[in-house]
Design a binder for this molecule. Structure first.
Ligand code: SF4
Ligand code: SF4
Length: 306
């Protein structure tokens, strides 16, 4: 297939992003991730296929969904709306018909050229701010051919490229991407490998190997560390973050990302269990983390990112 016509599964395209790499950026969120972090704040990004979310509290019982659904997945009795997820073929008709936003289909296909048509609209802002395109997820490496074609297309138009990754892919894929990625936002989730497996579904060994590999190849990497109360806010993990700071002095920074629980309503709407109890980190909690991180040797720049 012609590369501009290659299509990928997207969640969203966000223009004027200020926190997804240097400068002003357009962030393309892809669908699908090989990890299943129990604290994921974008649970709609984990599956590779489209998913219909049903936000019960927004439903006004107008029954328009029932009249357009080809499979009878929406039924009503005694002013109660039931949605049979197993009957849904993700056609999206009910989400289009719903007037209250109670139904939303997460995931759509777009070609490289369709995405680039959006990305290139802000070229002058990228040039003025040293910004560009960020491919995020989900996990960008998981849609290998599409992401590669998108990064190449951006580069051909002189647009700076950034990838936000969990680092979990094949080594061959990581090396294939290397010439087309200007900047990495690289997640570091848990130092203890047993806990990493329990909370993300995979070992951290390959991830750490890829971090080392990219660093050795002089890639520009900013480490992002989500901190989740009761899971990885431990001296062991804070010491692990400090150890990476010492080992990789030329990183473009290490950023602490305190947990917030905005993913929970989306998880409920997707019929996924809320897998952790944690609530959004409070200021007192962040202050305590700062003290503990300082005790574990973390630098001022890490502490100031909190
Ligand atoms: S997405 Fe399509 S099949 Fe699924 S519930 Fe809505 S209308 Fe029915
Ligand atoms: S169309 Fe939307 S608001 Fe109306 S009954 Fe269906 S889910 Fe509820």
């Amino acid at each position: 297939m012609d590369t501009p016509q290659l299509s990928g599964w997207l969640l969203d395209i966000q223009r004027s992003s200020m926190h997804d790499g240097p400068g002003i950026r357009t962030t393309v969120f892809l669908k699908g991730c090989p990890l299943s972090c129990k604290w994921c704040h974008n649970p709609e990004s984990q599956k590779f296929s489209p998913q219909l979310a049903y936000f019960t509290e927004k439903c006004t019982l107008c029954r328009r969904c029932e009249s357009v659904c080809p499979t009878g997945a929406h039924t009503f009795s005694s002013q109660k709306h039931s949605f049979d997820r197993n009957a849904c073929i993700q056609c999206g008709k009910c989400a289009k018909a719903c007037p209250s936003g109670a139904l939303k289909l997460f995931g759509y296909q777009a070609t490289v050229e369709e995405v680039m048509a959006v990305v290139r609209k802000d070229k002058k802002y990228y040039d003025a701010s040293s910004g560009g395109l960020t491919v995020s997820g989900g996990e960008p490496f998981a849609q290998f051919s599409f992401t590669l074609a998108l990064l190449k297309a951006a580069r051909e138009e002189g647009i700076h490229t950034c990838v936000e990754t969990c680092g979990y892919a094949s080594t061959e894929q990581i090396l294939t991407f290397l010439p087309y990625v200007d900047y990495y936002l690289f997640d570091y989730k848990l130092t203890n490998d047993e806990l990493h497996q329990a909370y993300t579904g995979v070992s951290n060994q390959k991830i750490l190997y890829h971090l080392d590999l990219l660093y050795t190849h002089h890639a520009k990497i900013r480490l992002r560390c989500p901190i989740i109360p009761g899971i990885n806010d431990t001296p062991e993990h804070f010491a692990g973050i400090h150890a990476l700071e010492v080992r990789y002095p030329d990183l473009c920074g290490i950023e602490i990302m305190p947990y917030h629980d905005m993913g929970k309503p989306k998880a409920t709407a997707l019929c996924r269990a809320n897998e952790i109890e944690a609530a959004t980190a409070s200021q007192a909690q962040k202050d305590a983390w700062r003290r503990e991180m300082a005790r574990c040797g973390c630098s001022e720049s890490i502490l100031n990112s909190l």
